[in-house]
Design a protein around this ligand. Sequence first.
Ligand SMILES: [Zn+2]
Length: 495
Amino acid sequence: MGRGIKPPGNYVAVAWIDLMAEQNGVKKPNGSANGKNPTKSATLTGRVLPPSGAPAVTNHFFPTVGGGKPFTVFDLADHLVQTEQWPAAQRAAAQLRQAAELIRFAQKYSPFYKERLASTLTAPREELTPEMFAAIPFLTREGVQGAGRSLFSTKLPEGHGPAFDVHTTGSSGQPVHVKSTKFSSLFNTAVTLRGHRWFRRDLAGTNVPIKVVSKDAGREEVSGWAAGSTGQSYIYSNRMPVSQLLDWLLIDDPHYLQCHPSILQELIHRSLDVGAKPSQLRDVRSLGEILEPGLRALCEREWDVPVRDNYSCEELATLALTCPDHDHLHVQSERVLLEILDDDNRPCAPGEVGRVVVTGLVNFATPLIRYELGDRAIAGGPCPCGRGLDTIERIIGRERLPVVLPSGDRVFPVLDAEPLLLKSGVRQYQLVQTSVEEIDIKMVAAQPLSVDEAAEIGAHLQRNFGHPFRFNFIYVDEIPREPGGKFQIFKSELA
Ligand SMILES: [Zn+2]
């Protein structure tokens, strides 16, 4: 789930639809799940009828759901089962049609876009071509900050509202304020259900999310953790010490765990220390930070549990989810048009690294059109699983800061020293560039690295950074998170 984008209540954010879903125990037959673990059924319980007075959603075509009538989150999730199988060309055409609807709406109702999009889609029934879309200027975080309320639409399409505020709490140091809608939240719940279907999660199972909680409680018990779920959820505060989190995890012994990768890593190490691990865990959903391949391997090795990633941003919630059959991610293309672009603003070929630029196709309260997240990613190719949704091979930089070379060049290195660091007993680390020649490696480790280990890691990182930086190995007791709970693996005091 995206952090901070929904009103209080987490999974039960979609007003009447999810609330009613939770109160309704009707089982829904489901033949659409196609993930691994075939012994577990992908139960989507709780199908409900919308209230008779609910408005139908307008200005939305991808997927066309409801046929002008109200629909539930389960109806939408059923449509997503169909659209994910569409060939890529059909899906891309549907995305452009939806983007055109958003652009026309923004031209009319968002003062900021009135001018900015004045030369886009000027004729009444003009079709939006990929070339026209590619000519739309990028929107940066600074741009969102500068636009302020002029970015917000002055009205909402029928059935989309109400709108609510989203203030990002991320680690970029550039907080932004946007508005989202109930419909966008509902859509996010539907793609979350898609993820549960892909991995055949049992919604009657128990779930532990570890996250930022506003209340003082360290652990809270609630009923239901997804639309239609009857399972128990034990919510832990990520401010609690890891020793306490693991103690609770061993007692609650959930089927599912959802947390930041940095917390997962600490939990696994703690569990190795005490010689006990959760006994019936089926998968871990990671979110909020880069999921490094080394951590995925560690979790599979030590806990025998796969890690599935949720790539999201606070402004738009879920952007991509791990493929049920492979480690790479599938863009949630019905909600977001996600581009990975090279330095010349051309789409990256599979395997190339580029900037992530997103267009939210569902949120009409604050149109985010070609919005630069500041993330970098490796573009993926067509997925052998057969889904037409775009793929992202790997997210490599949630960090907003590049490394600065002595030449003044700024580069976003692909860091893959994690397995080496893990092997050497490092539990948590952070790289901080302090000058154009020096990088501090802050580490939480059981014992200092040997001379050989330090040399090997230093040489590996020098290759990663493409420059012979001098590394200072600094041992610390803990590395604090950024405000909002994110953890940054690389920071630069120069950028
Ligand atoms: Zn796939």
